[in-house]
Design a protein around this ligand. Structure first.
Ligand code: CA
Length: 740
């Protein structure tokens, strides 16, 4: 009889066989935090108000835990059944007793450290786990979904979700709704084709797969009829490039409509004129897409940036809410992506209710065709493929993955916001890269647009009904997630501190030192009548992570963060002949710069200051043998040989000696000095200190590999804008940035 019940219930193998699945704690927001965004709405708003604007000063540390994994801590914790669940670099998961801080279990999915160089760009990061019916479910860097029992961390199921021969990886959190796990992947920078897939949360069985990009029409579109009309928005042989559109972060499951709504990444390669010569909107790159959750069938889409050429991933987090607009209740999904706008869209239909600029100077569009569901009217001058001229686009990465929050009481959406410019230049005969993008040392021959003297990074409180800012605070950050609580509070990490603002006015009312930078958002929960805040961040100097938990009256003293060792220039003398140096420069640009220079730097070291420059054997051990793989430097044994490694070393030594001779800013600063040469605004004493990662590749440039389809030697590359002055959020930008 027990056996019959076990089979009939169809529940998982987590020891609960025979029982009905437990109620979904993410169905509504409670004293737990049972989904990456708190609950399915992803409002990241806790209804708890024990901690409020009048007593927030009483908060102190209840407990903390330092974690050894090095890399990017980008995850929002979960709180279910009294357990605090934290994901770490290399896709590991820890469970703590949320009240005492006692570690309960740890799971290491053993992500292979020897992942081919080029699969990952540019951080060994994980943005969190989901919960379903007694299981913690998350995705690994190498593309697996893993489900473990929340009580003891024992594995329930595991499924590979990507073709491991392709340059695909996962850093985002899965979402679970209606018994289905939804997951995307990253890889649009590597000429890949994105998709969202749905998996049975109990068994890990694949249920469906939805391509974001049409394939070769010759193969037909039987499985996805919408791709037939999507293909009409492409020209040429785009499928040879993959096309991009990888959905690497924002996903929501909306129980009211039973839709899964997600964002797709940039087009691949970046310039639309290369992947789709002759134009076209290129569906479904840079889009919001809704699918029926059970079947994975298309419901609606809205393309935020047609013919994207600016790496305008539309993957920022989504927020579902009920708003009263024009006297009518509207069930909406909201998103503020990289392109500098904030969208309010009917969740059931995809009807755009509003699209508004959140930052000044946006110049890639000139307006909207409101009768055509707010299709953006593209600025024809911002199309280098058409004009053959460079264009400095604003913004660059206005809103990235840092999660926003929405407070239904104030009606405000709290958006980490930043802006800068980003130049796309047409140039012949650029270096090629297997990764599709090369960072090189070029500089635009003209000035970047004047973006004014105001702050370039701030916390923005946006009223989506009035369609205007309620307040903004430059004391807040453009690069850290947000927690909202019913105590009229907004919490955000800034630098290595945690700040609290009044939700209604933006007044900063509390600061606490964390000794770590928390890029993701804090969460709030209550156990035995006591409200807690919890977050996880990166210790300075890439020394690991730290979980920090606050409660009223907490009195645990945080140890000082490990000292950050400032890198110093100490290169050996120049060596190598002209041919070796030329080869070294080419290989460096092809394989190293995407992480170690410019735009995509994710806390990765400035190689000019690397002590490994002083030993050919040590350098080779890192580059070819993986001596620093555990720290996140993956080796390149297939792409490079010993001669290449030595040529790269010679090139970097030359860069370092040039810099040491006064060719650029001080130690650790001024990446890209080879050609960019000591740009104004790059501070000494820290790699791009104070700069925001979106500032573009300072002194760097990116190019697109045209080899796969022989585009005739024409490349297009992006180059940087001046670094902004140091300010709040600068240092953690360096640590947390990930380019996807
Ligand atoms: Ca991208």
């Amino acid at each position: 009889m027990g056996v019959v019940a076990c089979v009939g219930a169809g529940s998982g193998s987590d020891g609960d066989a025979g029982r009905k699945p437990r109620p979904d704690p993410a169905a509504t927001m409670t004293n737990q935090w049972a989904a990456p965004g708190g609950d399915h709405t992803e409002q990241r708003h806790s209804p708890l108000s024990q901690i409020n604007a009048s007593n927030v000063r009483d908060l102190g540390v209840a407990w903390f835990a330092n974690l050894p994994e090095r890399g990017g801590y980008q995850g929002t914790p979960l709180l279910v059944d009294g357990k605090l669940i934290v994901t770490t670099p290399w896709s590991k998961v820890y469970a703590f007793d949320a009240k005492s801080g006692r570690q309960l279990w740890k799971y290491d999915p053993k992500v292979p450290r020897e992942l081919a160089g080029g699969v990952l760009c540019c951080n060994v990061a994980n943005r969190g786990a989901a919960y379903w019916n007694g299981k913690i479910i998350w995705a690994t860097l190498d593309g697996r979904l893993v489900a473990v029992n929340i009580n003891d961390g024992s594995k329930v199921w595991e499924s590979q979700t990507v073709d491991t021969t392709k340059a695909l990886s996962i850093t985002g959190a899965p979402r679970v709704g209606n018994g289905i796990v939804f997951i995307g992947q990253a890889g649009a920078e590597y000429l890949q084709r994105g998709y969202l897939s749905g998996w049975d949360a109990e068994t890990g069985r694949k249920l469906w797969h939805w391509w974001t990009i049409p394939g070769n029409p010759a193969e037909g579109f039987a499985d996805q009829p919408e791709l037939e009309w999507a293909a009409k928005t492409w020209k040429g042989e785009w499928w040879k490039y993959g096309g991009g559109g990888t959905p690497w972060d924002g996903i929501v499951y909306d129980p009211e409509t039973d839709l899964v709504i997600f964002g797709t990444g940039n087009g691949s390669p970046w310039p639309a004129g290369l992947r789709s010569p002759g134009g076209g909107d290129n569906l479904f790159v840079a889009s919001i897409v809704a699918l029926h959750a059970r079947t994975g069938k298309y419901a609606w889409h809205y393309q935020t940036t047609p013919m994207d050429s600016f790496d305008y991933d539309n993957t920022s987090p989504f927020t579902v809410a009920d708003l009263v607009i024009g006297g009518q209740k509207k069930h909406v999904v909201m998103q503020a992506p990289k392109n500098g706008l904030v969208y309010v869209i009917e969740a059931a239909t995809g009807k755009v209710l509003s699209a508004d600029l959140t930052v000044p100077g946006v110049n890639w569009l000139t307006g909207f065709d409101e009768k055509n569901n707010w299709k953006p009217i593209m600025n024809p001058d911002a199309d280098p493929a058409r004009t053959g001229k460079s264009w400095t686009v604003v913004p660059s990465q206005a809103h990235l993955w840092y999660p926003p929050a929405f407070n239904p009481q104030t009606g405000l959406l709290y958006l980490p916001t930043r802006f800068n410019s980003f130049t796309v230049v047409v140039e012949p005969d650029l270096a090629k890269s297997k990764q599709g993008i090369v960072m090189s040392g070029g500089q635009p021959s003209y000035a970047a647009p004047d973006l004014g003297t105001g702050p370039r990074a701030y916390l923005l409180a946006w009223d989506p009904v009035q369609r205007k800012a309620a307040w903004q605070s430059a004391e807040g950050s453009g690069s850290n997630g947000v927690l909202s609580t019913a105590g009229n509070l907004v919490f955000q990490g800034v630098g290595t501190n945690l700040l609290a603002f009044r939700a209604d006015t933006g007044q900063k009312i509390w600061t606490a030192a964390l000794g770590a930078s928390v890029a993701a958002a804090f969460i709030s929960y209550s156990i035995d009548g006591v409200q807690y805040l919890a977050g996880v961040g990166t210790l300075g100097g890439n020394a690991g992570g730290r979980v920090i938990v606050f409660k009223s009256g907490g009195n645990v003293e945080l140890p000082p963060a490990p000292p950050v060792v400032q890198p110093v220039l100490n290169p050996p003398p120049d060596f190598g002949d002209a041919a070796m140096l030329a080869k070294g420069e080419q290989k460096y640009q092809q394989h190293c710069t995407i992480c170690h220079e410019g735009r995509n730097t994710g806390g990765f070291p400035n190689l000019r200051t690397s002590p490994y420059l002083n030993s050919a054997a040590a350098f080779r051990a890192v580059v070819l043998d993986g001596a620093l793989a555990e720290a996140g430097m993956l080796p390149f044994p297939k792409a490079l040989n010993a001669e290449d490694a030595e040529a790269i070393r010679a090139h970097i030594v030359r860069l370092a000696n040039t810099e040491g001779a006064g060719g650029a800013a001080g130690a650790g600063g001024a990446r890209g000095s080879a050609a960019g040469g000591g740009r104004a605004g790059v501070a000494a004493g820290g790699a791009r200190a104070g700069g925001s990662p979106d500032a573009g590749p300072r002194g760097g440039a990116s190019a697109v590999d045209t080899r796969p389809v022989q585009q005739g030697g024409m490349g297009i590359f992006a180059t940087g804008a001046p670094a902004r002055a140091a300010g709040p959020g600068g240092q953690q930008d360096e640590i947390n940035q990930i380019h996807q």
